[in-house]
Design a protein around this ligand. Sequence first.
Ligand SMILES: *[C@@H]1O[C@H](CO)[C@@H](O)[C@H](O)[C@H]1NC(C)=O
Ligand SMILES: *[C@@H]1O[C@H](CO)[C@@H](O)[C@H](O)[C@H]1NC(C)=O
Ligand SMILES: *[C@@H]1O[C@H](CO)[C@@H](O)[C@H](O)[C@H]1NC(C)=O
Ligand SMILES: *[C@@H]1O[C@H](CO)[C@@H](O)[C@H](O)[C@H]1NC(C)=O
Ligand SMILES: *[C@@H]1O[C@H](CO)[C@@H](O)[C@H](O)[C@H]1NC(C)=O
Ligand SMILES: *[C@@H]1O[C@H](CO)[C@@H](O)[C@H](O)[C@H]1NC(C)=O
Ligand SMILES: *[C@@H]1O[C@H](CO)[C@@H](O)[C@H](O)[C@H]1NC(C)=O
Ligand SMILES: *[C@@H]1O[C@H](CO)[C@@H](O)[C@H](O)[C@H]1NC(C)=O
Length: 278
Amino acid sequence: MFLILLLILSIDYKTVNAKSECSVDGQVRSPKYHLIEKCFRSKLGIVTKANFTSLTSCQRLGFEKKALAINFSPQEAWQDYNVTGRYTCEVLKCAEADGGLSMVNDSRYDYYSIYGKPVPHVNSTCVPTLGMFFILTKKQNYSQGFRDCKNISGLPADVTSEQRTDSLAQLIAGASLEVAFVGLRSKNGSGFFSVTGDALDCTTYRAWQPGSPRKARDKYDCVLLTRSRTWVTTPCKKNYPMICEIVPGGPYKRGSIFASRMKPANETNTENKNDEEF
Ligand SMILES: *[C@@H]1O[C@H](CO)[C@@H](O)[C@H](O)[C@H]1NC(C)=O
Ligand SMILES: *[C@@H]1O[C@H](CO)[C@@H](O)[C@H](O)[C@H]1NC(C)=O
Ligand SMILES: *[C@@H]1O[C@H](CO)[C@@H](O)[C@H](O)[C@H]1NC(C)=O
Ligand SMILES: *[C@@H]1O[C@H](CO)[C@@H](O)[C@H](O)[C@H]1NC(C)=O
Ligand SMILES: *[C@@H]1O[C@H](CO)[C@@H](O)[C@H](O)[C@H]1NC(C)=O
Ligand SMILES: *[C@@H]1O[C@H](CO)[C@@H](O)[C@H](O)[C@H]1NC(C)=O
Ligand SMILES: *[C@@H]1O[C@H](CO)[C@@H](O)[C@H](O)[C@H]1NC(C)=O
Ligand SMILES: *[C@@H]1O[C@H](CO)[C@@H](O)[C@H](O)[C@H]1NC(C)=O
């Protein structure tokens, strides 16, 4: 039902933008949740929870709420474990990074995430419901930054919405930086394109600082996000930090989230655990 609605919306969108190069939603995000670990539950913040019998319904709710991960309790687990008063579907604002530090052993739930392969770098930062990001603080040119983002399964971050510009500017400020390269680039003097190939014209939000973009697009071909929430053009060959956005993907390789953590969390007795959200 929701997918059908989305399909209709996207067809409509495509028709409207028939001339531009626009993807369905202009994002690197995929709505697929990958099973990460059975009998584990993440204690990251909950957006909402519901009592569903099917995983599909829980995934759909997650997709609708832009959840990065979900905890789902399958029916089989109800027979063996007392789930009275429990919600079977917990929809999470963030996803676990490498090490799974907020994951606890809990036989009633299975943990799913949009980030399965690879698991996000341990030092990535979550922006709730937006995604996982990684700041390359090293000053280097755009091509080198791009290469390093790729190496951690990321891409220069998308800033084409107010929410994205605002929250990523906060990340820049939080890292004590002034500016960082983001995923907008003009190739060969053309208009700006996102790293996913979408023309900037696919979206209406703009945060250009006065004076940007420069007319000489062939020289001022890259874009910096400033900590004061504006976009400034600069030559791609100049050296700056970069914000990478981790690209969701899968399938997940069992156990890899704990690979960097020698001893898994010792929280085994789930029944008596302090469940702050209940
Ligand atoms: C399940 O847990 C609830 C609340 O903790 C309790 O009232 C109930 O007696 C338990 N049922 C069983 C079968 O253990
Ligand atoms: C969710 O459904 C299960 C199974 O029917 C039930 O045991 C549980 O109490 C329900 N939880 C809530 C919060 O209603
Ligand atoms: C993550 O960040 C910490 C603190 O800045 C640093 O000590 C550590 O080396 C980083 N880990 C990796 C794998 O880069
Ligand atoms: C790519 O990442 C790996 C770790 O995942 C690291 O060892 C390697 O140095 C990185 N390569 C570059 C070129 O940054
Ligand atoms: C750049 O633009 C020029 C003139 O429009 C064209 O001849 C050239 O093939 C373009 N180069 C690339 C890499 O698109
Ligand atoms: C980026 O820096 C590398 C290493 O300094 C250099 O080889 C490369 O040519 C630079 N690329 C651009 C586009 O300036
Ligand atoms: C989870 O709990 C089980 C049984 O209590 C234990 O055997 C297992 O080692 C635990 N796993 C982790 C990763 O903590
Ligand atoms: C894990 O729990 C066991 C038994 O409760 C305890 O003996 C052990 O020291 C704990 N290990 C860690 C790393 O906390």
